[in-house]
Design a protein around this ligand. Structure first.
Ligand SMILES: Cc1ncc(COP(=O)(O)O)c(C=O)c1O
Length: 436
């Protein structure tokens, strides 16, 4: 057993749910075998508590490190900020530099607020939008964090959010009085949004959409959503906490002829340092002045400085193009493996963020065995791969080579009908559930 596994067992006794983030729960990867904690991370390498070194060909801090871990330029800027003092009774002037830069990158926006995480930034955006529209009801499509406004969707029917990314999100603890305040629709299904509009009439004040999760953005759908928002005088929020800084510097909607009233950025923005941003049109953002939206640590310096340096690095190194090229390279490798081995596995992600959709029966068994075997070869893997500027073709070749051999073994198990015998522990969890 790994040293960190013993520690994780203790964590489950004193930290409800074991970790602070569902996506880093060891059970999601490989129950009882995953090296849960890291001692050090650099580039794409991670060292666990037993000093084993792994290459991250998986979630890469769930997308929060597009330049790679401990990027030297970002770390240097952050250390300089720390040496100057990262908080005081006065504000950090860098917040204005970052606001200016984000407005420059998103020219139709005029005002910016900052916070630290994606979920809280979404909650702020919804608060501002409700204040600006004067209406309470929200139509929602996609995943937007853990706050009450979002989980309220599942009150009365815990399957409402099932297809919007994560199944099983329990609204326990969210006041049942919020039932019916947030209403779900599926990406691409404008009829569902229209029937929400028909049910809510003029009470619908906010529409929140993830512009793109895995597949290419559905631009005609998003344009219709925009038209509906215009007709209702509702505020349209694009949640780009995960999609930004993958195919463009900043939000992905800029690649299309689209304009939200508010756009939310997070995760990649600080390359590992907490910072999120809510940007929007002046007439909407001004409503933030009428509502109380305020927090001590939204003022600290590190987040602003890290974001400014991250954006600089994206610009200097043409990181977007690099990620696209690597994504194409990895995708070609996957196609070759799955075609040759005749496995029904497809890459359904955007190029810089490949997502493996295992369409074989026993998909969770295959995923678990893949993780188990790749771990032996010192790769941390998942069915989602956030490529970063620290990845390169050599690392991808090593990964593809290892993956080929593992899938070959999996294929043989599938053919013989005894894949189960390759499993050394329990099958990985999927979605949210209570840990026993
Ligand atoms: C689109 C989207 N919005 C919001 C969030 C929540 O962000 P955070 O985990 O930083 O609170 C996520 C996280 O995965 C996300 O993908």
């Amino acid at each position: 057993m790994f040293k960190s596994q013993g520690l994780y067992n203790r964590a489950k006794e004193i930290i409800p749910g074991g970790t602070q983030l569902l996506s880093k729960r060891p059970e999601i990867f490989l129950p009882d075998q995953w090296p849960s904690y890291f001692k050090k991370a650099k580039g794409v390498a991670i060292w666990d508590l037993d000093d084993r070194k792994y290459l991250d060909m998986g979630i890469m801090a769930i997308g929060a490190s597009p330049l790679g871990y401990a990027n030297p330029y970002v770390s240097k800027a952050v250390k300089k900020a720390i040496n100057k003092g990262c908080i005081s009774s006065l504000n950090s002037y860098e917040e204005i530099q970052l606001a200016e830069k984000l407005i420059e990158l998103h020219p139709h926006t005029e005002m910016v607020r900052f916070s630290r995480t994606g979920g809280e930034a979404d909650a702020i955006a919804v608060r501002i939008a409700r204040a600006a529209s004067g209406k309470a009801k929200v139509a929602v499509c996609g995943y937007h964090g853990w706050h009450d406004w979002y989980l309220a969707t599942n009150i009365g029917d815990s399957n409402n959010l099932k297809d919007l990314l994560l199944p099983g999100l329990s609204p326990v603890g969210v006041p049942t009085e919020l039932k019916g305040t947030t209403l779900p629709f599926h990406y691409g299904n404008i009829d569902e949004l229209q029937s929400i509009v028909a049910d809510c009439g003029k009470e619908l004040g906010v529409i929140v959409v993830e512009v793109q999760r895995y597949k290419e953005a559905n631009v005609p759908f998003l344009k219709k959503v925009r038209e509906i928002a215009n007709k209702l005088n509702a505020v349209l929020i694009f949640d780009e906490v995960s999609s930004s800084f993958r195919q463009t510097i900043g939000a992905i909607y800029k690649m299309y002829d689209l304009e939200p009233d508010i756009v939310v950025l997070g995760k990649a923005l600080g390359n590992g340092h907490p910072i999120s941003a809510i940007l929007g049109k002046r007439n909407v953002m001004e409503a933030a002045q009428d509502s109380f939206i305020s927090s001590s640590y939204w003022t600290e310096r590190v987040g602003f400085v890290a974001a400014l340096e991250t954006i600089d690095q994206f610009e200097i190194n043409n990181v977007v193009e690099y990620l696209r090229e690597l994504g194409n390279y990895l995708d070609a490798g996957f196609q070759k493996i799955f075609h040759e081995l005749k496995l029904s596995i497809k890459n359904i992600g955007m190029k810089p963020v490949p997502v493996l959709d295992i369409q074989e029966e026993n998909s969770l068994l295959i995923k678990t065995i893949f993780t188990q075997e790749m771990l032996k070869k010192r790769f941390l893997v998942s069915n989602i791969i956030y490529l970063s500027y620290a990845h390169n073709k050599k690392i991808i070749d090593l990964y593809l080579d290892a993956a080929y051999n593992v899938f070959l073994k999996i294929k043989s198990g599938l053919e013989k009908g005894n894949l189960n015998e390759q499993l050394r522990g329990a099958i990985c969890h999927s979605g949210f559930s209570r840990l026993t």
